[in-house]
Design a protein around this ligand. Sequence first.
Ligand SMILES: *Cc1c(COP(=O)(O)O)cnc(C)c1O
Length: 393
Amino acid sequence: MSTMTAPYHLMNNYARWPIQLVKGEGNRVWDESGREYLDFISGIAVASLGHVPPKVARKLHEQVDTLWHCSNLFHIPQQNILAAKLSKLSGLDRALFCNSGAEANEGLIKLARRYAQKVKGTDRYEIITFGQSFHGRTMATLTATGQEKVKEGFLPLPAGFVTVPYNDLEAVRAAVNEKTCAIMLELVQGEGGVHPAEPSFVTGLRQLCDEHGLLLLIDEVQTGIGRTGTWFAFQQYGVMPDAISLAKGLGSGFPVGAVLATEEAAQAFSPGSHGTTFGGNPLAMAAAIATVETIEEDGYLDRVNQLHELLVSRLQQLRSAHPDKVAQVRGKGLLLGMELSIPAADVIERVREKGVLLMLAGPQVVRMLPSFVTTEAEVERVASVLDEVLAEV
Ligand SMILES: *Cc1c(COP(=O)(O)O)cnc(C)c1O
């Protein structure tokens, strides 16, 4: 059993589970008592290649012995390599590297305002965002987030954001005014309950942006880098965004974020207009380059799509077997949600007691974010554990 002491010297800002993990390998993690868990969370869509993926570990080891940090006073060759790779994969010309999802979204927000004000010479600043979205915990990104609970106690909030219902094109059209500079959204709302955007909504947003000279900003922090079965979720919608943010899956667990933008939108930033001390340092770039190369060379996008088919069909079977408890299965790639008609926390806890890690996405949604190295047997194990637990509750 756990021998944890109360973490008195830590701030009390997380509702943590009573487990401390001390080791990981592939899809398995171990707590300090040696108990093993099958991990279908992947550090919240971060460890997409599993824990301690060997090729990434090797590249990081090499970089640890070479140069860790030098600052953006210097050219950093690994940034050029990663930027070129991400540009080839996304069709977006230019990259800026940072350290987290929230920081990448701050970058999107600053890019959109500065593009409107410095490139276009307007006084536009307002960004339209969506109900149930999640964009991060900094002051601007929590304001952009369409969930009241993340804003409580942080007033006054920065001006310049309006939130309208997701998948409601008419609401967006009505919200556009002479102050609007951009529309910002997730294509699958991860934290907000695993809700995919409708294709006609997304193409409609692109048209609206073109009509009004707005930037279309896509938050791919959770959906990007293969998680939804394509490199970026926007590639399944037949639209080209003006800029996107990346973070979670980019570095396999090494903290790294990015903003990618078209040549046109990237004009917003000139020397001195935006920056970060740590962003894009050689260690982070080594982790990200190795992650992207491994996904590419080892064909993991196909694997994500195969695993999606298998996992969704098993979850649909659970829905048929427990129609009073499972309401809906949704999501893209390996970002999946199972909406229950009962509280999901109890189900997740019971599943965890049986050695499988799943997480919430809202009070009644079980979220699954398995790694791309998941096996068929592991999918079966999760499905059978869920089957047992759904019969119990
Ligand atoms: C996790 C997440 C963020 C915030 O990323 P952090 O690295 O925690 O700052 C922003 N947007 C989306 C869609 C996310 O899933």
